[in-house]
Structure formats: structure tokens, C-alpha cells
Ligand binder design. Structure first.
Ligand code: G1P
Length: 291
């Protein structure tokens, strides 16, 4: 039996320049899809997968994330006083158990691999999940839960994968696929952001990972990759002969909330998926499509 995944890393240090001016004084991970911040979707997905300890790798200007996952005494007292129990529950339910959340800073923007490495002392020698909040995935079961279930059978390193348009490979980590069993694809190779003519396939990594501890040893060598950054993709690629490595073709639809159009689409899709909003939003969309 593989060692269970009890911890998750959330790299949230990015500047979010694509969403300026909204992100001038607010972390991009706090942008709401309908009425919930992106980071909360990621945390809920981790909890659904059995994760008990949350590790945020933050940066300057990200303190709103810490406040979001803490008590807001005045607000809670006011909601309690006014009998707004549903709203109070929404506020209180975001708060992790004491001591189950940790924050560390990535002091320099040296890449995703470096951000993950900054969390090493909280992880020690256990497998750990990594969730990128920009990648929002709507499905019947959370993407990480699907991966953890598959991981229980095969162990090793794992990434979430999906098919992308061949011309889009230069935005993703891309795998060389081996044998496929159900939704699990053996990873034979992995390369960060290849040009379409160099891409080994159109199976792209989306922001969900299960990492074995050896990945941290490799990240600690600070080898630079694509864009001069320390890439998680490269560290994983160097583990290919050390441990089993699979891509999980997840069930669900992924929204690229790092782009403005992807973020807008996510808002529409999540609103349509909600019983309390579906009718009104469908009407609005209809009125635009007939213009
Ligand atoms: C990161 C990873 C890339 C992955 C992508 C998924 O890239 O480096 O391998 O495919 O996330 O969203 P970024 O989008 O941060 O440039």
C-alpha cells in the first residue's frame, strides 16, 4: 500500500498581472468564481481527497489568504446576533482545524519548482499533493480525490492530464504516454512547454500533482529549465526511473482561471451548475445570444 497523501501544497505566490488592476491589492487566488474565492475551491478539493494539512507558499501582498482561512470575530458575532445562520456557517466552514494550516513565503519568483521546494520542511518524507488554484476543475468527484483513489493502487508520482489542442502545447507540461489502463496513462517522458512541433503528445499536465519525497531532493539542486525557472516538470522528469509515474485523465472540465476568458467561462459554468442561479443565468445568456 502506498503511503497515503495527508498534506497538500498550494503555491499562491504569483503576481496575477493578467488580472490587473483587480489584483493590485488583492491576491489573484482570492478572485471569486460566483461567490467563492479560487483558493477555497482548491482547499475544498484537497479536503475531499483526505488531505489534513494545508501548506500555502505565499509571497508579499497575500495576507488576505491567511485572513480568509481564519476566524473573523466581528463578522461572526454580527451574523450570530442577527440570526444569519446560513451566512455564519459559510464563514465558519472555511476555517481549518487549529495547527492544520501553515504559511511560508517564496521570497524570490524562481519558478513553480522552487515554490514547491520552499514547503519542504512542512512535508518531510511523505508524499504530498500540489494544487494550482488557477486550474479550476468542475466534475462529479474532485480531481485530486480521483487521483488519490488511483494512487492507492499504483503509488509513485502522478499528474492530472488532459488532451489539449496540438497548437496549445507551449502553455503546458506535456507527457510522452506509455501504456493506458482506464484513466491511468504511464508517463515515459515529460517536458515543459514544448513548441507544437517538438511536443511528444497533446496530453498536457494540469495543476494537480502527487509527489514523492525524492522530488524535493531534486528541486534542491536548483537546476534551471524553461524560461530560466526551476521547473516542477523537470524535477518530475528526472524521477522517471526512480518510481512509478502516471498521468490521470481526470473526469470533469478544467477552466484556466489564469486567463481572463477562462475565468469568465468558469463563472458562467459554475453559476449554471447551481440550482439557485441556473434559471436566471440561463435567461441572461439567452438574451445575449439573441442580440
Ligand atoms: C504550470 C506548469 C505546467 C502545467 C500548468 C498547468 O505552468 O509549469 O507544467 O501544465 O501549470 O496549469 P504555468 O501555467 O504556471 O505557466
Amino acid at each position: 500500500m502506498p503511503v497515503p497523501v495527508r498534506k497538500a501544497i498550494f503555491p499562491v505566490g504569483g503576481l496575477g498581472t493578467r488580472f490587473l488592476p483587480a489584483t493590485k491589492s488583492m491576491p489573484k487566488e482570492m478572485l471569486p468564481v460566483v461567490d467563492k474565492p479560487l483558493i477555497q475551491y482548491a482547499v475544498e478539493e484537497a479536503r475531499e481527497a483526505g488531505v489534513e494539512e494545508l501548506i500555502f507558499v505565499t509571497g508579499r501582498g497575500k495576507s488576505a489568504i491567511e485572513d480568509h482561512f481564519d476566524h473573523a470575530f466581528e463578522l461572526q458575532a454580527m451574523l450570530r446576533e442577527r440570526g444569519k445562520d446560513d451566512a455564519l456557517k459559510l464563514v465558519v466552514d472555511t476555517i481549518p482545524e487549529p495547527g492544520q494550516v501553515a504559511y511560508t513565503r517564496q521570497q524570490e519568483p524562481l519558478g513553480l519548482g522552487h515554490a514547491v521546494w520552499c514547503a519542504r520542511h512542512f512535508v518531510n518524507s511523505e508524499p504530498v499533493a500540489v494544487l494550482l488554484a488557477d486550474d479550476l476543475i468542475l466534475g462529479p468527484t474532485g480531481c485530486l480525490k480521483q487521483m488519490v483513489d488511483a494512487y492507492a493502487k499504483v503509488g509513485g508520482n502522478m499528474v492530472a492530464i488532459m488532451e489539449v489542442a496540438p497548437e496549445a502545447t507551449s502553455s503546458y507540461g506535456v507527457i510522452t504516454p506509455g501504456e493506458k489502463t482506464d484513466r491511468l496513462v504511464e508517463v515515459k517522458g515529460l517536458v515543459e512547454k514544448p513548441a507544437p512541433e517538438d511536443a511528444p503528445s497533446n496530453l498536457a499536465v494540469v495543476g494537480r500533482y502527487i509527489l514523492q519525497p525524492n522530488v524535493f531532493t531534486d528541486l534542491g539542486r536548483f537546476e534551471r529549465g524553461a524560461g530560466g525557472e526551476i521547473q516542477l516538470t523537470d524535477a518530475l522528469a528526472r524521477q522517471l526511473d526512480q518510481a512509478p509515474f502516471h498521468g490521470h485523465l481526470f473526469e470533469g472540465k478544467r477552466f484556466d482561471c489564469g486567463s481572463r476568458s477562462g475565468f469568465l467561462e468558469a463563472n458562467i459554468a459554475y453559476a449554471l451548475a447551481r440550482d439557485d442561479m441556473n434559471g436566471a443565468v440561463a435567461e441572461i445568456l439567452k438574451s445575449y445570444s439573441s442580440r
